[in-house]
Design a protein around this ligand. Sequence first.
Ligand code: SF4
Ligand code: SF4
Length: 401
Amino acid sequence: MQYRSDKYGTPLSVLGFGCMRFTKKGNALDLEKAEREIIAAFEAGVNYFDTAYIYPGSEVLLGTVVSRNGIREKIHIATKLPQYMISSLSGVEKIFTEELSRLQTDYVDYYLMHHLTDAAQWERLKKVGILDWIAEKKRSGAIRNIGFSYHGNTENFLKILADDTWDFCQIQYNYLDETAQAGRVGLQAAAARGLPVVIMEPLRGGKLVNGLPQDAVKAFSESSRGWSPAEWGLRWLYDQPEVTVVLSGMNSLEMVAENVHTACEAESGCLSKEDFALLDRVKAFIHAGEKVGCTGCRYCMPCPRGVDIPGIFRCWNTMYTESKSAGRMQFAQTVGLTKAPAFATQCIGCGKCEQHCPQSLPIREKLKEADKALRPLPYKIGINAVRAFMFRGTRKPSSVR
Ligand code: SF4
Ligand code: SF4
């Protein structure tokens, strides 16, 4: 196994075990099967295990396996506070205490504010008093590192990152999401601040393995490298020295063995010019099914009305390259749930963006089409309701048409 350091020099295995996809047996998780997978990974050198309060049964399962195998001191546990459920410090304490009990431990190595999508959510937590709570937990040793997991846009990521609180962060990142969410810009900004970055969705929830178009599969299989699509996705990440741990939700011994093999071999700078060229071809095959040829270059930004043009186009494309629901979910996370609304309906048609688009896209017209597809009426109502809940206690978010 290879290791990269956290903020304080602790070695973390470059492969982390994502504990959100264990196999089910009936209505519960299959403890014995998951235990074999966890222990196989541990014996291969994996020392970072990531769970969350809201992954059903996951904290209890991990706590049971760690405790009955006596490996607590040999691994690092990361778990998360469902920050969107929090309205008081007593609520934070209650959830944290429950998490310790589920995990059968008295400390958490890496504790994350779960699923931030906007800087306003972090500001809301600070108003609740979370900074004092974190300071006390770090003083007592109950929390060793504090971080956040993130799904919003790059601008908000950079705002949250600017806080001195953080010891690490966790982002969605893979070769298709290089300009989405925190993106490469966010990854490099975090690394520049000395923060380790944990990667989630390295294979886009399996899309970069099982959801590839035939041409992409063929391109990989014809390469003399002999790497599987999963290995290509992981190697693209390990190639970047700013990446610290790559999480994989492993639920078979074969998957553990394959990922461990890649994590033992792939070093930063491991990809050649030819490898990047092949990945560019694969991305082109994936993008071929898209609705709009937006490259995410952001030359059209900022829009004076706050419209997130590349964000909207990316989600619209996802509806066609993955599924309607995947595109709409991505839209809710990265555009719909930012405090300052960034919807296409805010466009006043000034045309400024089109003057800067290297692809000469008819942005105004395409935004209208995208909005119709991404926000049918029930979604509009749903997103507005979630916005009202998420931004409660902050200055009222502007209304959204
Ligand atoms: S045309 Fe619309 S989207 Fe483009 S810059 Fe003007 S307001 Fe923004
Ligand atoms: S300038 Fe054009 S291609 Fe670039 S992000 Fe904006 S719409 Fe997309």
